[in-house]
Design a protein around this ligand. Structure first.
Ligand code: GLY
Length: 450
């Protein structure tokens, strides 16, 4: 049997990576993975020790585990593994890895750095200020009459952006970031506010590396997708990791061409010019304003969640060749990625999410294998925070995280893909009683693009 592919991470994004690779005929090992992957037979899951903190020395543990399985490729999902140097450690032991090293993780792990990089390289991004201290920061926010987005410099799991409505909110946020060191602090990146009409996730496989003393880069664009970050309908409520997504977003050719040339290509050229050996998925988060101008709000250096779910479900091309070619430096030899149907995912989250989700709530809408009871055609469940509790030879499913599961559907029509995700298995909603979801996933895309 072929050597397995190892997927690192435990959410819906990693579930979908494992699902697609499994469907392509690969044996998948997920570390730590989730119970849905295991029960559905998508991946063999290898748990991490309890209370496993993510520190650099712990990524050595990852090396020990992966060594045992001799994977042909290791795909890193979450950004924090990249930022602690997991790729550096795995590569040192001779593993083939999809993902960037610690040094390059600055692309996502420092908002101050990435704003500066975009400005240096002519990539459209909001005007910004990286203040030296708290007084300067407050002064800048006052000068801008609160028309700002305040961001902790570091990684904050999507919770580090504050759009203040009052000076008190602004000073509280700046204090939390700069003095208490929370939300990705102590440094802060203050961007001018963009009156966003819609957001667009533009993911691409990117490989920039040194070859024969000079730097070369290649990219392959994935279909554009749209996330829904706020907890509640009409983009209200707190920011979350993402409540649902749709793809592909059929933006017009002019905008598509500008995003490719001004964002993806200028970023890759900037990496080449500055000697940044980026490897993996580049995911610039874009905002398009009411005048059709677009801005990169930030870079991510990994697949988006839940964008990956819909993008991979819509992707007609095989995934493994793109992952492998990105890791080996042969991306330029692959054709453009081909997509077929539209996909939509509606995430169901636990009460209390995003701040303190309830763990252990029963989920009755799944069968013993973790599949939806009575699914409709083109519909499947994506497991994120689910736990399978064995009771004799029966399984009881319970919540085990904030984003619990996603109902994903595909269809040749975007509107039908969205509708199917809301049907949730022939109208049977009862199994997900108590879980929270938005009722308007895909509504904006349908209004703007169909
Ligand atoms: N969907 C938001 C993120 O992956 O950061």
């Amino acid at each position: 049997m072929n050597n397995p592919i190892c997927v690192i991470g435990s959410g819906g994004r990693e579930f979908t990576l494992a699902y697609k690779l499994h469907n392509e005929g690969y044996r998948v090992i997920a570390i730590p993975g989730n119970d849905g992957m295991e029960r559905l037979g998508i991946a063999q899951t290898i748990p991490l020790p309890p209370n496993f903190g993510l520190r650099r020395e712990h990524s050595k543990h990852l090396v020990d585990v992966t060594d045992k399985y001799k994977p042909s490729l290791i795909v890193i999902g979450p950004e924090d593994w990249l930022a602690v140097g997991a790729v550096d450690n795995l590569q040192k032991e001779g593993h083939m890895v999809f993902g960037s090293r610690k040094k390059e993780s600055i692309v996502e792990a420092s908002k101050c750095w990435s704003s500066d990089f975009m400005k240096r390289n002519g990539i459209p991004t909001p005007d910004f200020y990286n203040p030296e201290n708290y007084q300067e920061a407050v002064g800048h926010v006052k000068k801008r009459k609160l028309k700002v987005a305040i961001k902790g410099d570091g990684l904050a799991k999507g919770k580090g952006v504050i759009i203040p409505h009052t000076l008190e909110e602004a000073t509280e946020a700046l204090y939390a970031i700069m003095i208490d060191g929370k939300l990705g602090g102590p440094r802060v990146n203050i961007q001018d506010f963009v009156d966003i009409e819609y957001e667009l996730s533009a993911m691409a496989f990117v490989d920039v590396r040194r070859k024969n003393e000079s730097f070369h880069g290649d990219y392959r664009l994935l279909p554009f997708s749209m996330d829904h970050k706020s907890l509640l309908d009409d983009d209200k409520g707190p920011n979350t990791g993402g409540m649902g997504a749709v793809a592909p977003i059929p933006i017009n050719n002019e905008l598509r061409g500008k995003v490719i040339s001004d964002v993806i290509e200028r970023t890759v050229e900037g990496f080449i010019k500055e000697g940044i050996e980026f490897n993996g998925c580049l995911y610039p988060a874009l905002a398009v304003d009411r005048n059709g101008r677009f801005y990169v709000l930030e870079y991510n250096m990994r697949f988006g969640d839940p964008e990956t779910q819909v993008v991979l479900y819509s992707m007609a091309s095989r995934l493994q060749p793109y992952l492998m070619a990105t890791a080996t430096g042969e991306l330029g030899m692959l054709p453009e990625i081909v997509t077929n149907d539209y996909s939509a995912i509606v995430n169901l989250v636990s009460p209390g999410y995003p701040h303190s989700p309830e763990i252990g709530l029963p989920i009755n809408g799944l069968d013993d294998y973790g599949q939806l009871k009575r699914p409709i055609e083109g519909q499947m469940v994506i497991h994120s925070g689910t736990k399978a509790i064995m009771e004799g030879n029966k399984v009881r499913w319970a919540t085990n995280g904030g984003r619990v599961l996603g109902i994903m559907s595909s269809d040749p029509e975007l509107s039908s893909a969205v509708c199917k995700s809301y049907l949730r298995g022939r109208g049977d909603f009862s199994g997900f009683h108590g879980l929270i979801y938005r009722t308007d996933i895909g509504k904006k895309a349908l209004k703007l693009f169909t």
